[in-house]
Design a protein around this ligand. Structure first.
Ligand code: CO
Length: 498
């Protein structure tokens, strides 16, 4: 039986999280159906709701409730998880003075507007003063939060609690040379995919129907979820019973909706698999952005770009899209796995993707540490890009201005994308060991065994384990790049004939 104090604490904690979920729903609406002129009203609604959530969190009442349950030292896993994570969130919020939070909100509003202009004009100097200001503010955040040796850790902790940047650095250092040599081998490979087939005309309506078929087939529950069109694909989990994803369509590039939808469905399967009885408390929340991304990348790449997956779905694809009728399964499978160094991260294939991330990770750490001056960022970016991908960006819009993250004051987020890829490979390798029939099941359109394995090993635990602990428990090893490299070699070797 939970104590009275614990019940009181959980009630308060749930209210804070429910207020945050109302704000998230307002943002979802803003990105999907809000009419253009609703922005001003929406800003007021959002400011009120996030304000309510913040006030309740830093309130003396909540502090007292938290301290009371901490004194009880109940070690039941659910209780311990909720108390530990509530403390973490409380401390992060309480350490930041209101003045600093408001300064950041103001600075990012201005920075984002000028970043958008700078990107259109391909003119970094317009964005530079904002980046300087935001770095100063973020260094102040790191100081207030506190860190052992690296201020970047205090920032990364917001997205990937329990993972240190030195650990990430070590794995990246091992990954980088192996990845660059694979990219070089693929560049000179004897076989090439026929990528123009991907540009054939596929009507939007048919893409929408096909994407829904795929999402449902891999386990997305439409009674507890929906798909809507939006400019940027994303997933929002309001509770395990209300999960929403968005997708986008290009009639001359059907992979955008297919793999975009599978990616977001991967995120959504995680959200739908969290324990509903613990909704709006840490025991019912996802672990970290890295683990979240591991679920989306596992379904998008390891399942969705798998030959066995298309053994099952290819007849439906060619029946649905007449212009693809004369394409062979082999050619389609090769085309959706084409590797080509390119400038834009979000369009990168799964081989070159992590090189984009490592570049950002290096530059961010140097900027936060004050070792790289903002004015030198474009040159540093281009030099690093040339070195790792063999291309020199033609302008800053296709270089250091391409991502929104810095303009909204987000530093320490990028590494979670690469962690997602590495964790996905570790988890998929473990799943393969546990489920030796996996490929045969995919050929038959059976995805429940894999989903059940993910549910049991990852989803149902909520935030009980931090990411490094979960990965070690489920795969038997700490974070490592080896399963990822092995997975790439196994797939791309035969495809490219190397
Ligand atoms: Co994602």
């Amino acid at each position: 039986m939970p104590s009275e104090r614990y019940t009181a604490f959980i009630d308060k904690l749930r209210d804070i999280n429910v207020a945050n979920s109302v704000a998230a729903l307002l943002e979802w609406d803003q990105d999907t159906y809000m009419p253009p002129r609703g922005a001003e009203t929406r800003a007021a609604q959002l400011a009120l709701m996030t304000g309510v959530a913040h006030e309740r969190l830093v309130d003396d009442d909540f502090r007292a409730a938290l301290e009371a349950v901490e004194q009880e030292r109940d070690e039941a896993p659910i209780v311990a998880t909720n108390v530990r994570e509530a403390r973490r969130v409380f401390d992060r919020a309480a350490k930041l003075p209101t003045r600093l939070v408001q300064d950041i909100a103001r600075a990012t509003t201005l920075a984002r507007a000028d970043w958008a202009k700078a990107r259109v004009d391909k003119n970094f100097t317009l964005f530079a003063p904002h980046l300087k200001k935001l770095l100063d503010l973020k260094r102040e955040v790191a100081e207030k939060i506190g860190f052992k040796t690296d201020p970047y850790d205090a920032l990364m902790d917001e997205f990937e609690p329990g993972t240190r940047s030195s650990d990430v650095q070590q794995v990246f250092d091992e990954l980088r040379p192996e990845l660059t040599s694979l990219v070089a081998e693929l560049r000179d490979a004897p076989r090439r995919p026929d990528t123009p087939v991907l540009r054939r005309h596929c009507p939007r309506d048919a893409q929408d129907k096909f994407s829904r078929t795929l999402a449902a087939a891999i386990g997305y529950d439409f009674e507890r979820g929906r798909i809507d069109p939006a400019t940027h694909p994303f997933c929002l989990g309001l509770s395990p019973n209300d999960v929403r994803i968005t997708t986008r369509y290009n009639e001359h590039f059907v992979p955008m909706s297919i793999f975009g939808t599978i990616h977001e469905t991967g995120h959504a399967l995680y959200e739908q698999g969290l324990p509903f009885e613990h909704a709006h408390t840490p025991a019912g929340e996802f672990i970290s952005l890295g683990i979240h991304e591991s679920q989306s990348r596992l379904w998008e790449n390891m399942v969705g770009r798998n030959r066995a997956f298309w053994e099952h779905f290819f007849p439906q694809l060619t029946a649905r899209f007449t212009e693809l009728a004369n394409v062979s399964l082999d050619d389609w499978h090769f085309a959706v796995n084409s590797v080509q160094p390119s400038y834009i991260r979000v369009e990168a294939d799964e081989v070159t993707y992590n090189l984009h991330i490592m570049l950002r990770f290096d530059l961010e750490r140097q900027m936060i540490a004050g070792e790289l001056a903002v004015d030198d960022v474009p040159a540093a970016w281009n030099a690093a890009f040339e070195q790792s991908l063999g291309l020199t960006p033609p302008n800053d819009a296709q270089g250091c201005l391409q991502d929104v993250h810095w303009s909204i004051g987000i530093f320490g987020y990028f590494p979670t994308y690469a962690l997602g890829n590495l964790y996905a490979a570790q988890l998929f390798t473990a799943a393969r060991h546990a489920l030796p029939e996996l490929d045969d099941q995919f050929c038959r359109g059976e995805f429940a065994p894999l989903l059940d394995w993910l549910r049991i090993n990852i989803h149902r635990h909520g935030k009980r384990f931090r990411a490094p602990e979960l990965i070690e428990r489920v795969t038997g090893t700490a974070l490592t790049h080896e399963p990822f490299m092995q997975y790439l070699k196994n797939k791309y070797g035969p495809l490219y004939g190397i």
